[in-house]
Design a protein around this ligand. Structure first.
Ligand code: FE2
Length: 369
C-alpha cells in the first residue's frame, strides 16, 4: 500500500484503505476501484491523498496509531462532551444540564483511559496520516489528535499517570472555547481581518471561563485551555506569559496543537508532511516551544510514515516500507527507481543499517503541496 495524491490517481487503481466522510462513516470501502467520476467526487470533498494497493507497494502495511473502534468512539464522546458543556444554560440551577455534563465527563474520562492504555501497551511511532477522510468539523478531530500526541509526549516526559490523565483531558478540551466562535470566521478560506483574529483568539479565555466553573474538571485542565497559545518567549496570548510562568501541561499541549494543525488540511491551506511539520516546530525551538518538548516529540511520531514516496541523496526513489523506531530518520525503503528515474526491480534497503551512512532521505514526495 502507498500514499499518492489524488491528482496522480488513475482509473482502475484500487483503494488500499477506506475513505471516511465527515461523520466517520465509510464513504468508499477498501478495494474500491477508482473511476474518473469517483476521483472528481473525492476532489470536491477536498481529499488530496489516498492509499492505493498496487504491485509496487504490495506487502507494505500502514498501521493505525489507535484502533478504529477506539477512534470512532472517542470522536463521538468528544463531540457529545463539547456540545454538552458548551451548550446553553449550563449553571448550578440547571439540574438536567449538570447531570448531562457529569455523564459526558465520565464517558470522556473512560475513553481517554482506553487511549492511554492502548498507547502505553503498543509503543509505536504515531502516524495520524493513516486515515483518509473528508473535511470534518475539525474542532472534534483536532481535539482527539492533540490528545493522542500530548498523551504520548507526556509518557515520553516520564510523567505519572495522574498527570498524563489531566494532560489528556486538557488536550481534549483545550479548544472548547471555539464552540463560541462563529463557524464562518473559524473556517474562513481567506486571511482574517485584525478584528476577526482578535475574536478567534478569545477562544482560550472563553474556554477557561467555561471549564473553571465545572466542578468535575480540575483547575489545571482549565489552564490548558487558557494557556495553550502562550509561547516561551512571551510572544503568545492571551497573557504573554514566559518560560516558567507557563504551566508545564500547556508547554506539552502547544507542541502537539501546532503539529496537528500544520499537518492537517484546512480550507485555507493544504497539510504539511510530518517531516516538514517537525521542521516548523524546530523553527520555534526555544522561542515558541520548549526545546526539550520538541526533542521528545520528534521521537513520538513517524517522521517518514510507511507508504510515503521518498528521494535519496544519490538520486534514487523508494517507498517507505517500515518505520525504524530507533532511527526515526532512517526507515526501511523499498527502492523503485534508479538515479535516472528508470523503474527497477524493487528491492529493500534498511537505512538504519547500511554501511554508507551518507545515504539519506533528501525529499519526501510533494504529496500535500
Ligand atoms: Fe486553540
Amino acid at each position: 500500500m502507498r500514499l499518492i495524491t489524488l491528482d496522480r490517481c488513475q482509473t482502475g487503481m484500487k483503494l488500499g484503505k477506506p475513505i471516511y466522510n465527515e461523520n466517520e462513516k465509510v464513504l468508499l470501502a477498501k478495494g474500491t476501484e477508482l473511476t474518473d467520476s469517483l476521483i472528481k467526487r473525492l476532489m470536491l470533498l477536498n481529499i488530496y491523498t489516498v492509499y492505493i494497493d498496487d504491485e509496487l507497494s504490495e506487502g507494505i502495511e500502514i498501521v493505525e496509531s489507535i484502533p478504529k473502534e477506539i477512534h470512532l468512539e472517542a470522536v463521538s464522546v468528544i463531540t457529545e462532551c463539547l456540545d454538552t458543556i458548551a451548550g446553553p444554560n449550563l449553571d448550578a440551577s440547571n439540574i438536567q444540564g449538570m447531570i448531562k455534563t457529569e455523564r459526558a465527563i465520565r464517558s470522556f474520562k473512560k475513553i481517554f483511559k482506553d487511549i492511554l492504555s492502548y498507547l502505553t501497551e503498543n509503543r509505536t511511532a504515531l502516524n495520524l496520516l493513516a486515515t483518509t477522510k473528508a473535511h470534518s468539523n475539525h474542532v472534534y478531530t483536532h481535539s482527539l489528535n492533540v490528545a493522542i500526541y500530548s498523551c504520548q509526549l507526556a509518557i515520553e516526559n516520564g510523567l505519572p499517570l495522574k498527570k498524563i490523565e489531566d494532560i489528556g483531558m486538557g488536550a481534549m478540551l483545550h479548544d472548547v472555547g471555539k464552540m463560541f466562535i462563529s463557524p464562518e470566521v473559524l473556517n474562513k478560506a481567506g486571511a482574517l481581518t485584525k478584528d476577526e483574529y482578535e475574536y478567534v483568539k478569545s477562544h482560550s479565555e472563553l474556554g477557561f471561563d467555561l471549564l473553571r466553573k465545572i466542578h468535575e474538571i480540575p483547575l489545571t485542565v482549565a489552564h490548558c485551555a487558557l494557556q495553550h497559545h502562550e509561547r516561551v518567549d512571551g510572544g503568545g496570548y492571551p497573557r504573554g506569559l514566559r518560560e516558567d510562568q507557563i504551566h508545564s501541561y500547556a508547554k506539552i499541549l502547544s507542541v502537539a496543537d501546532v503539529f496537528d494543525a500544520v499537518t492537517s488540511h484546512r480550507v485555507y491551506r493544504r497539510a504539511l508532511l510530518p517531516h516538514k511539520g517537525i521542521e516548523l516546530l524546530y523553527s520555534g525551538n526555544g522561542t515558541q516551544f520548549e526545546s526539550k518538548q520538541i526533542q521528545l516529540f520528534k521521537d513520538c511520531i513517524a517522521i517518514y510514515p510507511e507508504g510515503l514516496t521518498v528521494k535519496l541523496n544519490n538520486g534514487t526513489t523508494g517507498i517507505v516500507s517500515k518505520y525504524n523506531f530507533n532511527a526515526v530518520g532512517r526507515p526501511i525503503i523499498r527502492m523503485i527507481k534508479d538515479e535516472e528515474g528508470n523503474e527497477i526491480k524493487p528491492f529493500e534497503i534498511d537505512l538504519s543499517s547500511v554501511e554508507n551512512l551518507t545515504l539519506e532521505i533528501i525529499e519526501a514526495d510533494e504529496l500535500l503541496f
